[in-house]
Design a protein around this ligand. Structure first.
Ligand SMILES: *[C@@H]1O[C@H](CO)[C@@H](O)[C@H](O)[C@H]1NC(C)=O
Ligand SMILES: *[C@@H]1O[C@H](CO)[C@@H](O)[C@H](O)[C@H]1NC(C)=O
Ligand SMILES: *[C@@H]1O[C@H](CO)[C@@H](O)[C@H](O)[C@H]1NC(C)=O
Ligand SMILES: *[C@@H]1O[C@H](CO)[C@@H](O)[C@H](O)[C@H]1NC(C)=O
Ligand SMILES: *[C@@H]1O[C@H](CO)[C@@H](O)[C@H](O)[C@H]1NC(C)=O
Length: 363
């Protein structure tokens, strides 16, 4: 056999490669996770995240809207759980609010492309998706097709089993180091054996009540399909009001609802739930997150025991103002009520139309 230096080098490389990889994996280490070094060694199940309720339902004139700014800006501002509803529009997975006639937020694929693009630009952040699949119950395979088309399937974390207790989740640092920074929950139809990264929500997370119309947000276990004492939990902290018999997001109170303290505030509910369960909520779903001028992020930072640093976030958009930005301070924002404009009236007519179609509420 002829001595072949090139071949020997290749053989040596093949022999050394696994050790090199192990070393590289062990050494590679995110030093900042979701904006804080303190969070890298914390289990995903021990972190409090701000979530955007109906994150795709963006409009300044449609009363069925829950957010003022698009998903890219939500992520840019610090939202780390994106909740959405899926609806079947001629076989396409569409993001609509209660009905696509009422509010159509575009296709899941277009939405996920925005998420992917932001995550590609922000490689030290863990983001969760909460997909409300109960309207049309798409199969995991149908979601998988869309996630693959966007390239998010490979960024999604597949847990070691179909349900994990809140202590069993990997750390944010591990999720980031492994390149599995997207955690996807599905309310119905999840099937661990077919698509393991589409995680069943209610065997991993319990929720407080939604459809709340008084400032009395309680912390009772409202929906779960497991042992709540071992699950992460989500608080639905958004207030609705009755508009012509239909429940719609109460934007005029959003600053108070999102506030750090006070009656009906996010901070007050977190304090109450933490006292009741001896741990903070993992996810806090809010409407119009920018109302309160960053208060929702302050509540999360306090819950996480890290220092809150105010940053420039989106300015609150008043209802019916056709997208014109208004006050940026929480005090003046809270003074904004509903302004009735022609656009608003036609949107109300759309809600009334929805009611005639048998749609009962839009939350
Ligand atoms: C999202 O909003 C930002 C800020 O208003 C804007 O620059 C961006 O173009 C929007 N993205 C999409 C996909 O509409
Ligand atoms: C979606 O709607 C199409 C018809 O438009 C139908 O063929 C298909 O079965 C529906 N899929 C689901 C999951 O409901
Ligand atoms: C990261 O990847 C390694 C190697 O594949 C695996 O053993 C480990 O469980 C993964 N960690 C997480 C948090 O997924
Ligand atoms: C969940 O909350 C809704 C709305 O408050 C209430 O009607 C329902 O009875 C609650 N369910 C449970 C199981 O607590
Ligand atoms: C994380 O753990 C600390 C210490 O036990 C606890 O105070 C905090 O409430 C936990 N947070 C969550 C979201 O579980």
């Amino acid at each position: 056999m002829l001595f072949n230096a090139g071949r020997l080098t290749r053989v040596l490389l093949v022999l050394l490669l696994p050790a090199t990889l192990v070393l590289a994996t062990a050494v590679r280490r995110a030093s900042v996770c979701n904006g804080y070094s303190e969070l890298c060694d914390r289990s995903f199940g021990n972190v409090t995240f701000v979530g955007a309720h109906d994150s795709y339902a963006v409009s300044s004139i449609n009363p069925a809207a829950n957010q003022d700014v698009n998903v890219t800006e939500q992520l840019e501002n610090g939202v780390r759980m994106l909740q959405m509803q899926t609806h079947n529009e001629s076989g396409t997975i569409q993001l609509c609010h209660t009905s696509c006639l009422l509010l159509n937020g575009g296709t899941l694929q277009t939405y996920l492309e925005s998420v992917k693009s932001w995550m590609d630009d922000n490689t030290n952040d863990v983001v969760s998706l909460l997909i409300v699949n109960s309207y049309d119950n798409f199969s995991p395979a149908q979601y998988d097709t869309v996630f693959k088309a966007v390239g998010l399937d490979t960024l999604a974390y597949a847990p070691s089993s179909a349900s994990l207790s809140y202590t069993e989740w990997p750390t944010l640092g591990d999720l980031i180091d492994n390149g599995t920074r997207l955690v996807v929950f599905l309310t119905t139809e999840a099937d661990y054996t077919s698509v393991p990264y589409l995680i069943d929500e209610f065997s991993n997370i319990w929720e407080t009540a939604y459809d709340v119309t008084t400032t009395d947000f309680d912390c009772s276990v409202n929906r779960t399909s497991g042992n709540y004492a071992e699950q992460m939990y989500l608080i639905n902290h958004f207030l609705d009001e009755d508009l012509l018999g239909v429940l719609v997001p109460d934007k005029s109170d959003a600053s108070k609802t999102n506030a750090v303290s006070g009656t009906g505030s996010l901070g007050a509910q977190v304090t109450e739930c933490a006292a009741e369960y001896s741990r903070n909520p993992n996810f806090m779903l809010v409407d119009f997150y920018e109302y309160g001028d960053g208060s929702v992020f302050e509540v999360a930072a306090t819950a996480n025991g890290v220092t809150y640093t105010p940053s420039n976030i989106a300015s609150p958009v008043s209802s019916g103002a056709s997208g014109t930005s208004t006050a940026s301070s929480s005090s003046s924002a809270s003074a904004l009520g509903f302004q009735v404009t022609a656009a608003h009236l036609s949107a109300v007519a759309a809600v009334a139309g929805g009611l005639l179609l048998g749609v009962l509420n839009v939350v």
